[in-house]
Design a protein around this ligand. Structure first.
Ligand SMILES: [Zn+2]
Length: 714
C-alpha cells in the first residue's frame, strides 16, 4: 500500500483499493497501486474468477473508513455520516451482521465466500437499499446507520438488507442468470436466504408473521393491478432490463419459492440448491436448469406448477362456499374464481381456519387444486362464525370473505390468539376495502394498536391506517376521525408502553396530524418548547417534522423552512433540504418551477430526492393544484426510463399519483393510457401499478361517521 497518511485523510479513497488476499479462489487482488508523476493513481488488479459486468462497481469520493476482522474475513466500511456517536453506535452491528450472513451462507451452501473481498460503501441518497457489487457492496447510508431508538422492525429491515446483499455473492454473483429474463431468480434467492439468515438473530420476532408482512401486502399491491406481469418476463433488449424489477420479483417470487421449498421439504431443497451452485459456479444458469435439478427430488410435476406461478401474470382469487346443516355437518368448498389468461389454475397448499368464537377454532390443511377444492366433510356442532381459508404465510391470493365472516372479524380480529391468524384477518379485511366490498372508514380503528400485542402487527396496522387515511378516506371523512385518532396516537406515545414501535407511532402521529391542536403541539416540539415522549428529536426527525409543518401551516411555512435550513448540521442533509425547498413552498408558482426544473435530467440525478420532492408536490392536502403536474409527468415516463436508474420509472409514477384520489385524476391517467397505446408494455405496467390505489379510491364513495368503531375501545 502506498497511500500516504495525508492523502488517506484528505484525499479520495477508492473502494476496491485495499487488497484482501485470502486463499479463497477468485479473490480481488491488487497487484500494484502507485501514484505517478501526473498526480494520478494507477491500480492494477489481478484477474479474478469470471463474473458478470453488472456486478462490477467502483466507488470514489470522500469517505471515512472502519475496518474489522470477523471469522477470518477482513471487512471495510466506507461511510460519510458526520455524527460520530451515530457511527459508533452502528458500526459493530453492521460488521456483525455481514459476518453472520457470510457464515450462514457458507454453512447452507457448503461453498466458501466466492470472491473473497467483503467491503461496503455507505452512500447518502443512494438510489437503492443496496447493490451487490463484488467486493464492494453499495448501501443507502440511512438504511444501515440507524437512529439510536430505531424500532425492532427497522433493525430487522437492516439485517435483512445486509443478508440480502451478502446472499447475492452466491446467488447472482457466483452463479449468474443466463439472461435478464431470469433476473428475478437472484433476487428471490437473496430475499429467501435473507429471511432464513436473520431469523436466529431476532429470537423475539415471529418470523412467519414477519415473512407474511414483508411479502404479501407489497406483492399484492402490484399483482392486483392492471400492470401485473409474470415473475419471469421476456426481455428482448438489455437496455430495458431495468423495467423488469419490481415487487412481483422482490415480494411475490419469495412466496412462490417458499411454496416450492414446502413441496420438496427443506433438506431436499437445500441439496438441490447446493448442486445448482456447484454445477454452475462462476458461470450462468436458468430457472429451468434449477427446476430440472429439483424435479428429480420430488414426485410432483414442478414444470407445470412453474408455468402458472412463474410464467404467467396475475393473482388467484377465491370464494369460500360454506354449507352448515343444523345436524352439524359442515362442508367447505374453496372455489377459484379466476385462472391465468390461458386457463391454468394456481395450485397451492393452504390452511383453512374454522372459527366458532375468537378463541375456539379448528385448522385444516387444504390442497388447492383446479377450480373446486373441498375439505373432507366434518361434524361441527356450533355453526361457524367465520372461515379464513388463507391462514398460512404462504397462502397467496384474494380469498373473499363472506358477509358473515366479514362482520364477525371486523370487530374481533384483534381477539384471535395467534398473531399470524390476526394478520391474516387484518389483510383480508384490508383487501376487501380495496375490492370495494366495504367502506375504508370501517377500518379506521386500525389505529387502535393498543389492542394488538405483536409489534409487527402493530406496525402494519399503523401503515394500513396511514394508507386508508390519506389514500382512501375522502377529505370530509378524515374530518370525522382526525382528532380522535390523533388523540389516541398521542396517548400511546405518552404511555411509553410501546417502545418497539415508538418511532413508528411518532411518524404516524406526525404524518396524520390534521387537527389544529395537534399541529400546534408538533410546532412546539419542532421549536424545542415541547418534546416527543420517550423519543429524541434527532436531526432527521426534526427535518421531517419541519417538512410536515410547512405543509400543515402554509402561513408559517416560509419561516419554518428558513429556520430549519439554518439548523441542519449534516452537509448532505442540508443539500437535500435545499433541493426540496421549492417543492415544499406554499407558493404554487414556486412548486411549478420545481416541477419544470425536473425536465432537465441533471436535476433528476439524485433520484430519492426527486421522489421526495414529487411526493411533497402531490401531498394529499395539495392535490387540487398538483393535478396539473400529472399529465406532463406521465408524458416524461419514456425519458425517465432512459435517463434514470432501474426503480426510477415506478417511483416517478408512484410519487406523482399516490397522493391523488379524485375522479378527475383517475380520468387523466385513463385518458393518457388511451391516448398512448404505443407506450412500451412495461412502462404501461408501471403506470397501471402506480395508479392502482388512485383508480380504486376514485370509485369509492364517502360514507357518514361509522358508529361501529365506537365500541372498539382499547
Ligand atoms: Zn438484490
Amino acid at each position: 500500500m502506498r497511500l500516504s497518511r495525508r492523502r488517506a485523510l484528505g484525499g479520495f479513497l477508492v473502494a476496491p483499493l485495499l487488497p484482501v488476499v485470502t486463499r479463497q479462489a477468485g479473490a480481488v487482488i491488487i497487484l500494484d497501486s502507485t501514484w505517478q508523476a501526473d498526480n494520478r493513481k494507477y491500480i492494477t488488479f489481478a484477474n479474478t474468477k469470471p463474473f458478470s459486468t453488472y456486478v462490477f462497481g467502483f466507488a470514489a469520493g470522500r469517505f471515512q473508513v472502519k475496518t474489522a476482522r470477523r471469522r477470518g474475513h477482513t471487512m471495510r466500511m466506507l461511510y460519510r455520516e458526520t455524527n460520530a456517536a451515530k457511527v459508533a453506535a452502528n458500526t459493530k452491528a453492521i460488521f456483525d451482521l455481514h459476518a453472520q450472513s457470510v457464515a450462514w451462507m457458507e454453512e447452507y451452501t457448503g461453498i466458501g465466500m466466492p470472491f473473497g473481498k467483503m467491503d461496503f460503501v455507505l452512500i447518502p441518497g443512494f438510489q437503492y437499499g443496496g447493490m451487490e457489487h463484488i467486493g464492494n457492496i453499495f448501501y443507502r447510508e440511512s438504511s444501515l446507520m440507524l437512529e439510536p431508538d430505531a424500532s425492532e422492525n427497522r433493525k430487522l429491515g437492516r439485517a435483512r438488507l445486509i443478508a440480502h446483499e451478502t446472499a447475492h455473492m452466491w446467488f447472482g454473483n457466483l452463479v449468474t442468470m443466463s439472461w435478464f429474463n431470469d433476473v428475478w431468480l437472484k433476487e428471490v434467492f437473496a430475499n429467501f436466504m435473507a429471511a432464513k439468515i436473520v431469523n436466529p438473530s431476532f429470537p423475539n420476532v415471529n418470523h412467519d408473521l414477519n415473512f407474511l408482512w414483508s411479502h404479501l401486502p407489497s406483492a399484492y399491491s402490484e399483482d392486483r393491478s392492471r400492470g401485473s406481469h409474470p415473475i419471469q418476463q421476456d426481455l428482448d433488449n438489455l437496455k430495458n432490463a431495468g423495467t423488469l424489477y419490481g415487487r412481483i420479483i422482490y415480494q411475490k417470487a419469495p412466496v412462490v419459492m417458499r411454496q416450492l421449498e414446502a413441496k420438496l421439504g427443506e433438506a431436499a431443497f437445500r441439496e438441490g440448491l447446493s448442486e445448482y451452485l456447484q454445477r454452475f459456479a462462476y458461470g450462468n444458469a436458468t430457472w429451468d436448469d434449477l427446476i430440472q435439478i429439483l424435479d428429480r427430488r420430488t414426485t410432483d410435476d414442478l414444470a407445470t406448477w412453474s408455468e402458472a406461478w412463474v410464467k404467467r401474470a396475475g393473482m388467484p382469487t377465491y370464494r369460500t362456499n360454506v354449507d352448515w346443516k343444523k345436524g352439524g355437518q359442515l362442508d367447505v368448498v374453496l372455489e377459484a374464481t379466476n385462472t391465468t389468461e390461458d386457463g391454468l389454475h394456481w395450485d397451492q397448499e393452504t390452511q383453512v381456519v374454522i372459527l366458532y368464537t375468537t378463541d375456539s377454532y379448528e385448522i385444516k390443511p387444504l390442497s388447492i387444486q383446479g377450480k373446486r377444492s373441498q375439505l373432507p366433510a366434518m361434524a361441527s356442532k356450533p355453526e361457524p362464525r367465520a372461515i379464513l381459508p388463507n391462514a398460512s404465510e404462504m397462502s397467496y391470493g384474494y380469498f373473499a370473505l363472506d358477509q358473515k365472516g366479514r362482520s364477525f372479524l371486523i370487530d374481533r380480529a384483534y381477539q384471535l390468539p395467534d398473531p399470524v391468524l390476526r394478520a391474516t384477518a387484518y389483510w383480508s379485511l384490508y383487501e376487501e376495502v380495496l375490492r370495494g366490498e366495504f367502506p375504508p372508514a370501517l377500518l379506521m380503528n386500525f389505529v387502535s394498536v393498543g389492542r394488538e400485542e405483536d409489534p409487527l402487527n402493530q406496525e402494519r396496522l399503523l401503515s394500513y391506517y396511514e394508507e386508508l387515511f390519506w389514500q382512501y378516506l375522502k377529505p370530509v371523512e378524515r374530518g370525522y376521525y382526525q382528532q380522535e385518532n390523533s388523540d389516541k396516537l398521542w396517548a400511546y406515545l405518552e404511555s411509553g408502553k410501546y417502545q418497539d414501535i415508538q418511532s413508528s407511532l411518532w411518524s404516524t402521529y406526525q404524518q396524520t396530524a390534521l387537527d389544529p391542536v395537534h399541529q400546534r403541539r408538533l410546532y412546539r416540539i419542532w421549536t424545542g418548547e415541547d418534546t416527543i415522549p420517550h423519543l429524541t428529536l434527532s436531526e432527521n426527525r426534526r427535518i421531517s417534522l419541519a417538512t410536515s409543518l410547512a405543509i400543515y401551516m402554509p402561513d408559517e411555512a416560509g419561516t419554518i423552512m428558513a429556520r430549519e435550513m439554518e439548523r441542519i448540521e449534516n452537509p448532505d442533509q442540508r443539500e437535500r433540504f435545499a433541493f426540496l425547498l421549492p417543492a415544499l413552498s406554499p407558493d404554487f408558482e414556486e412548486r411549478k418551477k420545481f416541477f419544470e426544473s425536473l425536465k432537465d435530467p441533471a436535476n433528476r440525478a439524485k433520484e430519492p430526492w426527486v421522489g421526495a420532492g414529487l411526493r411533497l408536490l402531490h401531498h394529499p392536502l395539495r392535490t387540487e393544484t398538483a393535478i396539473a403536474f400529472i399529465e406532463p409527468a406521465l408524458e416524461m415516463m419514456p425519458e425517465i426510463q432512459e435517463t434514470g436508474d432501474i426503480f426510477f420509472p415506478r417511483q416517478w409514477a408512484t410519487a406523482t399519483l399516490s397522493g391523488h384520489q379524485s375522479e378527475e385524476a383517475a380520468r387523466i391517467v385513463q385518458n393518457f393510457m388511451d391516448d398512448n397505446p404505443t407506450l412500451s408494455y412495461r412502462l404501461r405496467n408501471k403506470i397501471w401499478m402506480a395508479a392502482d390505489p388512485l383508480l380504486r379510491a376514485s370509485k369509492m364513495e364517502a360514507v357518514g361517521r361509522i358508529q361501529s368503531g365506537d365500541r372498539m375501545d382499547d
